[in-house]
Structures are given as C-alpha cells and as structure tokens.
Design a binder for this molecule. Structure first.
Ligand SMILES: [Zn+2]
Length: 169
C-alpha cells in the first residue's frame, strides 16, 4: 500500500489514543506549540524541548504514532524519527556548540521510560564539566526563562528553508 500524507487523518488517529498521553496531548495543540516547546513537526514525527531537562538543550523526538516500541513503527516512521533526531543533533551542534551528545531511547518503565506508552528519543548535549547540572536542577526548579531561551535559540534551526544534510539531498 502506498503511504499518503493525509494530515486530516491526525484527528482520527489521535482520537483512538490514550487521551492522557503527554506526547499525544501536545500533538493535539498545534496552536500552542511555542508554549509546549514543540520545536518541529514533520510528517511522521516531531521534536520538543524536555521541560525536565538533564541538560540545557535536552530535546525529545517522538513519532506521531502512539506506540511503545521501535518494532511497531513502519519504515517511513522510523526513518523520519531518526532524520529529525539528526536535525536536532545538527541544530544543537550549531547553536550550542556542545562537546558531545547522549542519544537514546528508554523502552519500558524498568528501563527508565518516563512516558512508557509513547516511544521517544532523547538527545542531550554534553559539555565538559556539566555533570553537576542534574543536581542543580533537582534542587531548584527548571527556570522557565531558560527553557524559553533554549526554544528561541533552537527554533530558527528547524525552519524549512534551512538546509539540513537530509538523506534525500
Ligand atoms: Zn501518545
């Protein structure tokens, strides 16, 4: 079967899913992308800032499909999930000049998944000597201003006009 990009199907797809799902909830509010720190919407997946970051610039990339495992994704969903992850890596690299990254997926609660029903990739930029960050933010709350600054800094990197090293180019 040929896959057709049919955005009107989104309401139907989402209506069947868990209404309490954090990611599906954000997807249903396109007008509130800035408040929700949704930084990019693709055809099959999207990216947003983690409001409980392990580090400044911590992003999450999730498929639109409400699935809990990589094995449930169709090839085109898998491809875009990782293509957006790569965009995130590039945007973070250019905007924040990190010295490294942690990129990973927690599948299942036992593995540390915070939202275990909806698969998502974490990408955390790392700098030398940043290991105290988690302690710092667990003692104080994440400052909204810091999230807003990160959002404003990164958002331009996800403009459609911007050139990314896409698989298709
Ligand atoms: Zn979901």
């Amino acid at each position: 079967m040929e896959t057709v990009w049919a955005p009107w199907r989104m309401a139907y797809i989402l209506s069947e899913k868990d209404r309490n799902c954090f990611f599906c909830h954000k997807l249903r509010e396109p007008a509130r992308d800035a408040e929700n720190y949704v930084i990019y919407r693709g055809k099959e997946a999207f990216a947003l800032l983690n409001i409980y970051p392990y580090n400044n610039g911590h992003l999450m990339i999730a498929p639109y499909a409400h699935v809990s495992s990589l094995t449930a994704l169709r090839p085109e969903q898998l491809l875009e999930l990782f293509d957006i992850t790569r965009r995130c890596e590039q945007a973070l690299r250019e905007a924040m000049r990190p010295e490294g990254f942690n990129i990973g997926i927690n599948v299942g609660k036992v593995a540390g998944a915070g939202v275990e029903d909806h698969l998502h990739v974490h990408i955390v930029p790392r700098w030398n000597g940043d290991t105290n960050y988690m302690t710092t933010i667990s003692e104080t709350r994440v400052i909204p201003q810091q999230l807003e600054d990160a959002y404003k800094l990164l958002f331009p990197y996800f403009s459609e006009n911007r050139r990314f090293h896409s698989l298709n180019v």
